[in-house]
Design a protein around this ligand. Structure first.
Ligand code: GDP
Length: 309
């Protein structure tokens, strides 16, 4: 995803190699190139401004170092500032003191929530947990059975409503009546408690665009189950809309962590990289493909190294 950003940044920094001492003019020129690279990659303007100001200030004030030549010193500063905008430390899941831990997923339709529920379920299981997935996306046709399929693939049970007959399916735990998403969420959490699942992952409905009804429904689910984590699932391919969408979800539902999906795509991706800085909420996981295993904890330092090539 970050190939062109990566190329541009390494290109800008390569020009400094071999210079014994950097003048302020060298630093300004490099900063300008880095600025352009970030803007072209769709990194949000205020994020770019803050980033460049920090890099310039630190580069100009840098002590002469015995270990690093001036060019290496700038690369180090750029790397550290990139890690910083990506959140600094890796943010781990905060599990509830008394199980079950409730993790709610929110985001636009197509962001990758249902796929993520399966991935998260498999990841939790691998880490010694006994998760339950709860199907509260009753809007998108097929979302419930899609969750059942990913649950089966991940070897994680799914709690799903049975509207009338038959959305159940093998491995599905179910409720007996035609319910709304808030009831399903509440019953799912109760079911997890009764059957000793220590983590509940709640899949919710999204729309193609931000709308108040969807926000209202997500907020109602939030109020009913009081999640320990609300993960905002963000398709990194949506480009510049990412920041506005994140802001709308921050205002309408609120979230404690971000999951970037579709990092395997070829979009510019910089907007998704801005989301930590713009919302103040850490990126916790990254998804980079359709398969269960294309998923990992988000490590700001690894991402920065990947971008800097
Ligand atoms: P939801 O509407 O938010 O539940 O989104 P889905 O989970 O149904 O995902 C929408 C589409 O994106 C599906 O075709 C998924 O297979 C695909 N998808 C989800 N995550 C990724 C990812 O990380 N990379 C790629 N390439 N596709 C993904």
């Amino acid at each position: 995803m970050f190939d062109s950003l990566s190329d541009r940044l390494t290109g800008a920094l390569k020009d400094l190699r071999g210079k014994g001492k950097l003048s302020d003019a060298d630093i300004d020129r490099t900063a300008r190139e880095i600025r352009l690279a970030l803007l072209e990659a769709d990194v949000a303007l205020p994020v770019v401004r803050g980033f460049i100001a920090k890099v310039k200030e630190r580069a100009k004030g840098a002590e002469v170092s015995a270990a690093l030549n001036p060019a290496q010193q700038i690369v180090k500063i750029v790397n550290e500032e990139l890690v910083e905008i990506l959140g600094g430390e890796t943010r781990r899941v905060r599990y509830a003191k008394t199980p079950p831990t409730v993790i709610m997923l929110a985001g636009l339709q197509g962001a990758g929530k249902t796929t993520l529920a399966g991935k998260l379920g498999a990841w939790l299981k691998k880490n010694g947990h006994t998760p339950l997935l709860v199907a509260c996306d009753l809007q998108r046709p097929g979302a419930v059975s899609q969750l059942q399929i990913v649950g089966e693939r991940a070897g994680v049970p799914v709690f799903a409503p049975h509207p009338g007959t038959g959305v159940g399916g093998e491995g599905a735990l179910g409720t007996s009546s035609d319910q709304g998403p808030v009831d399903v969420a509440r019953d799912g959490v109760a079911e997890a408690g009764a059957r000793h699942h220590d983590v509940v992952v709640i899949d919710t409905a999204g729309r193609l665009g931000v709308d108040s009804e969807m926000m209202g429904q997500a907020a109602a689910i939030r109020d009913a189950v009081d999640p320990d984590e609300i993960l905002f699932v963000l398709d990194a391919m949506i480009g510049q809309d990412a920041v506005g969408t994140a802001q709308a979800f921050a205002d309408g539902v609120g979230f404690t962590g971000v999951v970037l999906t579709k990092l395997d795509g070829d979009a510019r991706g910089g907007a998704a990289l801005s989301v930590r800085q713009v919302t103040g909420v850490p990126i916790m996981f990254a998804s980079s493909g359709e398969k269960l295993e294309d998923f990992d904890t988000f490590h700001p330092d690894r991402m920065a190294s990947r971008i800097l090539g």
